[in-house]
Ligand binder design. Structure first.
Ligand SMILES: C[S@@+](CC[C@H](N)C(=O)[O-])C[C@H]1O[C@@H](n2cnc3c(N)ncnc32)[C@H](O)[C@@H]1O
Length: 132
């Protein structure tokens, strides 16, 4: 049996947007990160080209924009559950927002993978989010 799995990759695919409600410590951390890594993520065109080269573009859909807008729009149009969710957006405020709206969309036995669960500095999601 062939199981078709689609991964949806939400990202700005461009210049990092700093939320207005960012925590002071997070902003310090973020600015240090920008100094090391720059403030731009990989472009959608570049990533799509590489996915196509490897024959992966049919299984991975890139959704560009601020996830605070793109994810609610996506969920309005796609009433489905997800078995694996990887959250790696660096920021507490954005991570918290995603968790709040995705929590009830995880299928039974599904996994939410958090890249920044317990940060040494800044506001950690492990301190703030309790789920439902
Ligand atoms: C550490 S990178 C991780 C990227 C990818 N998961 C990886 O491992 O290569 C954090 C990503 O979060 C994205 N990001 C941060 N805030 C975002 C937002 N409000 N909406 C969409 N993407 C956001 C950035 O564009 C950046 O690509």
């Amino acid at each position: 049996m062939y199981l078709k799995i689609i991964f949806y990759a939400f990202d700005l695919f461009g210049k990092f947007q700093v939320p207005n409600n960012i925590d002071k410590d997070d902003l310090i951390e973020l600015n240090l990160f920008f100094k090391e890594a720059g403030n731009k993520s990989v472009s959608k065109v570049y990533l799509n080209k590489n996915l196509t080269k490897r024959g992966m573009n049919k299984n991975i859909k890139l959704i560009q924009g601020d996830i605070v807008k793109t994810l609610p729009n996506f969920l309005k149009k796609n009433n489905q559950k997800f078995f694996f969710i990887n959250i790696d957006v660096d920021l507490y405020e954005v991570t918290f927002f995603i968790l709040e709206i995705i929590w009830n969309k995880v299928s039974k036995g599904g996994i939410i993978w958090l890249d920044d669960y317990r940060e040494k500095k800044g506001k950690s999601i492990s301190r703030g989010y309790k789920g439902n």
